[in-house]
Design a protein around this ligand. Sequence first.
Ligand SMILES: Cc1cc2nc3c(=O)[nH]c(=O)nc-3n(C[C@H](O)[C@H](O)[C@H](O)COP(=O)(O)O)c2cc1C
Length: 214
Amino acid sequence: MLTSDQLAAIRREYRSARLDESTIAADPIEQLQCWLEDAIRAAVPEPTAMALATADGNPTVRMVLLKGIENGCLQFYTNIESAKARAIAVNPNVALLFYWAELERQVRIEGRAQLLDRETVAAYFALRPRGAQIGAWASRQSTPLSSRAELEEAVAQIENQFAGIEQIPPPPWWGGYAVEPRVVEFWQGRENRLHDRFRFERTTTGWLRQRLAP
Ligand SMILES: Cc1cc2nc3c(=O)[nH]c(=O)nc-3n(C[C@H](O)[C@H](O)[C@H](O)COP(=O)(O)O)c2cc1C
């Protein structure tokens, strides 16, 4: 078993880059696009993976995949009857977190989640591989299963149901959200824990940017 001393000894200096006033974009979405491009170029595994935190009383967090940035909003897809969807229905204020270890970077986002319209959902669903489309029909996300076999039987039944049908529509319980950021913070790891942090906050006149102490 790992001791606390062993855990405490795991330490790394961040030296690979810096973020400063002369290079950071004036718009946080533009800056996010730059860092996403860097993460893709650096072949980071799952560069679009982001943690999604919801808080309907008890905060909870899980990973989702960024699937679009439209009109300054970050889009992801999921089951809209899942635990996260129920939490968002109670409190649409959510937080998102990207972490690219290889680039020593994190981006924290706070904002409001809104359901995507069915046309957008259908257009994205049509791009998913058939197996993932069938999976969306077979899985009632976040509900208990008696066994793996129960899920596999549901998949077989859905495969039968759609046999010979080329275009599978999205299930009514599958959809997506657009998160409109209110706060976006960029963190670039630096030596001696003297990291660069820039926080953008949306105001009535535009984005207010501040450098924060690490
Ligand atoms: C890297 C990664 C990406 C994921 N992407 C998604 C996603 O885009 N949509 C989704 O519904 N679940 C995704 N999941 C699974 C979720 O983390 C979670 O298990 C699931 O959505 C159920 O969450 P809930 O019970 O809080 O609603 C992903 C998990 C990982 C590890």
